[in-house]
Design a protein around this ligand. Structure first.
Ligand code: NAD
Ligand code: TYD
Length: 365
């Protein structure tokens, strides 16, 4: 048997592929366009593994999709591929519409054509699992109940709007054509192989390099944090037992402010990697806030726990310790991702090139 994974060279997708093949012999066809966020180095350990077939290609390429599905006849598609970074979506929303909306539509169409040719019982057991985000629910006031699956869809950034659009397509392909889809909404992931444009790896690597640790605005925005391996376990469980047409929230029960996250990482690094930059918290620097910055996300993961028996195994304290350890132990991977394209992004987003940002910079204590 075979599954098709899209975006399996990115952060969560690659963790999922590695985890999947560590636990089963079922083949994975991994379709990834290798954008700046895709990294084959993460999958290096699978280079000679016949259970992993890597295909360099775009989910928007209908001909390629049709060929892959006809050749490999997967029993499920796990759809991770996306443009995923909110800040980039503010600078350039088009790519988000192209991949997250148009790309998902093409993938759904190819999946539907493939699914319709399947004989029973394969047709009934086929699954299209769409990996979405808690950001489609919008922002929460302090003290408001956490997002359930019934919460209104109120996306606020170009990224979350494009993901919400793709969620609607997935829902419609189920309702209209009967395609057996599953949708998951997870909170902020962290863990090994995370591209250092996102908060947690950025803070770890900037601290180790003695660079400023940029906090947007007052740093009191709240996110729920999910260790990536827990997310992988949840996806496996939804794939195995989720009900077609249903959505499942996946969270880590770890609501924290950005400032608390950064202080936690600094304190860990003070112990695990003391250097002339300790205490690392002295590098914390407040910079201009993200436009339209959502104040709080919080996930109610009660449904997946009640109906599918899934709970996260890691607390933030245990997950972040593993994550920091991983970055300390894998300097070659880190060096490889901090390539030219990465440096350009850092320059554009954080340097003094934009005068407004320089004015907004304030170093904490
Ligand atoms: P990522 O940016 O690290 O990886 C995305 C991967 O998709 C990359 O390997 C990239 O090359 C590939 N890709 C991009 N466009 C493509 C295209 N047109 N065709 C084929 N491949 C393409 O993202 P991630 O953090 O691993 O997120 C994976 C999924 O999970 C996304 O759908 C994202 O919206 C969702 N999600 C992520 C988080 C998080 O905290 N990272 C939280 C909630 C939901
Ligand atoms: P991020 O990792 O980009 O994920 P998302 O925007 O999808 O939640 O950001 C997590 C939080 O950290 C978010 O509130 C923005 C904030 N943040 C900073 O304060 N400084 C930074 O340099 C980055 C990248 C993010």
């Amino acid at each position: 048997m075979t599954i098709l994974v899209t975006g399996g060279a990115g952060f969560i997708g690659a963790n999922f592929v590695l985890d999947w093949l560590a636990q089963s012999d079922e083949r994975v066809v991994n379709l990834d366009a290798l954008t700046y966020a895709g990294n084959l180095r993460t999958l290096q350990g699978l280079k000679d593994d016949p259970r992993h077939v890597f295909v360099h290609g775009d989910i928007g390429n209908s001909e390629l999709l049709q060929r892959l599905l006809a050749e490999h006849r997967p029993r499920a598609i796990i759809h991770f591929a996306a443009e995923s970074h909110v800040d980039r979506s503010i600078h350039g929303p088009e790519a988000f519409i192209q991949t997250n909306v148009v790309g998902t539509c093409r993938l759904l169409e190819a999946a539907r054509a493939h699914w319709q040719t399947l004989p029973e019982p394969e047709k009934t057991t086929f699954r299209f699992l769409h990996v979405s985000t808690d950001e489609v629910y919008g922002t929460l006031a302090l003290g408001a109940p956490a997002f359930t699956e019934a919460h209104a869809i109120e996306p606020n950034s170009p990224y979350s709007a494009s993901k919400a659009a793709s969620d609607h397509l997935v829902r419609a392909w189920h309702h209209t054509y009967g395609l057996p889809v599953l949708t998951t909404h997870c909170s902020n992931n962290y863990g090994p192989y995370h591209f250092p444009e996102k908060l947690i790896p950025l803070i770890i690597l900037n601290a180790l390099a003695g660079k400023p640790l940029p906090i947007y605005g007052d740093g009191l925005q709240i996110r729920d944090w999910l260790y990536v391996k827990d997310h992988c376990t949840a996806i496996r469980r939804v794939l195995e037992a989720g009900k077609p047409g249903q959505a499942y929230n996946i969270g880590g029960h770890n609501e924290m402010t950005n400032l608390a996250i950064v202080h936690h990482i600094c304190a860990l690094l003070d112990k695990l990697a003391p250097s002339r930059f300790t205490p690392y918290a002295s590098l914390i620097t407040h910079v201009k806030d993200r436009p339209g910055h959502d104040r709080r996300y919080a996930i109610d993961a009660g449904k997946i726990e009640r109906e599918l028996g899934w709970k996260p195994a890691e607390t933030f304290a245990t997950g972040i310790r593993k994550t920091v350890r991983w970055y300390l132990d894998n300097p070659a991977w880190v060096e490889n991702v901090q390539s030219g394209a990465y440096r350009e992004w850092m320059q554009q987003q954080y340097s003094g090139a934009a005068a407004g940002e320089v004015q907004g910079v304030k170093r904490e204590a």
